[in-house]
Design a protein around this ligand. Structure first.
Ligand code: ZN
Length: 303
């Protein structure tokens, strides 16, 4: 009788222990899920970074077209910058109590500004109080300086995306410098801001192109998730791609001008969904500049 009670008492204790352990694990599951997503994101980031960037809109396609896959950001193992004691380096701009930074993601829009998609994208970002990064093409800034200024006035970051969307790897040193400097100049004139970031058209860089960009005291920014919005990808496909492949330090490539006919209508539809659902997963939406300043980003995407 006593023996039986003892056994059942032990069984109860064991059951209680298992229940407690289960509860603790269940409590951790969102974290585990996030980690798994982060790892997926890193893994596919390199594959995404190899893909050629969107073809430019007709208005910007002035110079040589890139041959897809021949020139692209280096496919390199995604790594975090140096850490101290396993924790990310503190950002000088953040208050001290911010010891547990949320995972960060940067929404980026190339090829604008224009007076249609860029405006609608800005309206959505304003509604959601979300900040993004726009890589601007010089010829478009010349046409729409007020929209370029609005981007900066509303707290977004701007980067240089060349003067006329040429493949910088196929240009002479002089032509390459012109593409970068002319765009830099008109962005400064229109917005009062000097870009610290550059994204080469198609993401096409070589050692020489990177050297020119670094000489101009800019960093080159590729991406970790390519929505292929310019090609007319469906909203559903883009949504699945973004949600499955975004990790901490993720950089999502979209466009605010150009692409195939009406393709960017899908980008406008996608944007509120990914803002809401990335935030629901705990992500903080930051500009690429903020991501660099935080010290936590993928070294394969930002050089
Ligand atoms: Zn582009």
């Amino acid at each position: 009788m006593w023996g039986k009670r003892l056994i059942s008492g032990r069984a109860c204790l064991s059951a209680l222990c298992i229940a407690m352990l289960w509860a603790a694990l269940a409590g951790c599951s969102p974290f585990r899920e996030w980690q798994a997503v982060g790892l997926t994101g890193s893994g596919s980031a390199d594959a995404a970074a190899i893909a050629p960037e969107a073809k430019p809109g007709e208005e910007t396609a002035i110079l040589a077209e890139a041959t897809p896959g021949t020139t692209s950001p280096d496919a390199e193992t995604a790594v975090q910058p140096p850490k101290q004691g396993g924790k990310p380096l503190p950002s000088p701009d953040k208050p001290k109590e911010d010891t547990k930074p949320r995972p960060r993601v940067a929404l980026t829009f190339d090829d604008g500004p224009d007076n249609n998609y860029t405006v609608r994208i800005l309206d959505i970002l304003k509604e959601y109080d979300a900040k993004a990064t726009f890589f601007l093409v010089g010829t478009q800034v010349k046409k729409y300086p007020d929209i370029a200024k609005r981007i900066v006035d509303e707290g977004h970051a701007v980067g240089n995306h060349s003067w006329s969307h040429g493949d910088l790897t196929k240009l002479s040193v002089k032509q390459r410098a012109e593409q970068i400097d002319k765009a830099q100049q008109i962005i400064e004139e229109a917005t009062g801001t000097t870009p610290r970031l550059m994204r080469a058209p198609y993401g096409a860089v070589s050692k020489d192109v990177l050297a020119t960009i670094h000489d101009d005291r800019m960093k080159h920014v590729a991406w970790t998730v390519d929505t292929k919005d310019w090609a007319g990808s469906s909203v559903e496909d883009m949504y699945k791609n973004v949600m499955a492949n975004t990790g901490d330090g993720g950089i999502i490539l979209m466009h605010s001008f150009g692409g195939r006919k009406n393709a960017l209508e899908h980008t406008v539809k996608l944007l509120p969904k990914i803002i809401e659902d990335l935030r629901a997963k705990g992500y903080e939406l930051v500009t690429v500049e903020e991501m660099i300043d935080s010290g936590v980003y993928k070294a394969s995407a930002i050089k």
